[in-house]
Design a protein around this ligand. Sequence first.
Ligand code: DAH
Length: 347
Amino acid sequence: MLIDEIQKHIDEIKGLQMAQYKDMAAEAELFRIKYLGKKGIINDLFEQFKTMPNDQKKSLGQALNTLKNTAMSKVEEFRSYVEEHQDEAAATDLTMPANFAPVGSRHVLSVVMNEIVDIFSRIGFTVAESVEVEDDWHLFSALNFPPDHPARDMQDTFFVEKEEGRQDVALRTHTSSVQVRVMENNRPPIRIIAPGRVFRNEAISARAHCIFHQVEALYVDRKVTFADLKQTLIYFAKEMFGEQTQIRLRPSYFPFTEPSAEMDISCNICGGKGCNICKGTGWLEILGCGMVDPNVLKACGIDPNEYTGFALGMGVERMAMLKYQIRDLRLYFENDLRFLRQFDAIV
Ligand code: DAH
């Protein structure tokens, strides 16, 4: 029956909803053409209506008008739906190619620090970390600093005043304090690498900063010799700066090591011929090192007659400067994206 057919269309239209995320405008237009277009369902039904017996025309006419109105208000509903959801649809188009968000990168100091730690961990060193606010014992006394050493001076060290006039708590000036912390709490064999932040009372310039980073290494066991230290240094220098790197040790002095040395590497810029980076010498100073002074072992409760050890410490900023030819220390701390982004590729 025609009347049933009309009713079926009315019910169907009422139940229609816009399919989400598709091309909504086109869907709305297709619907309009299907029902209200020239060759659409409704015109077709009107044609059939003309041929129907007169006694049915009243109810059929009413039903047809209802269908037409229902279809027209659906078209209106679809149009306003499209208008309302246009932005949303654009944002949720699942077929759109992904928009890659810019990814941050590691800071060059972290990159270099991780690299140093990684090199040492390959020969059995494990990471040790400790506090940045230290006491005099761990910073100086246990490390065999004489009472009148300049590092104990306000000029060089940031003291944290606990009580008026009392100067025994300070921001650590070097990571050597971690040596003491570790030796006090562990028995040999000890093989640790300690990366961390250190603080010194320095005016900020291209060559000095009041905050910087060091990596410290300590190896204590029976029969550890200077030869072990030297071999470790050669291994480190070649891993860090390349196979062709040469090292040279110069005698030096640190309160906590005896004998002490400073290590230079052959200039990685000119290959040792002499350039403005190595100031024409062909060598670059890299780190301090030495055999742990027996007094330090003793202060930490380790018998120096049974055990010996070596220690070394280096500045991370300097390592990064040499590796990437960075000329000004301040660049590390300014967080200028033009600087930071140059290390995007190094993870
Ligand atoms: N602590 C020293 C400094 O801050 C660096 C250093 C030198 C560490 C010799 C060591 C070492 O472990 O053996 O300048």
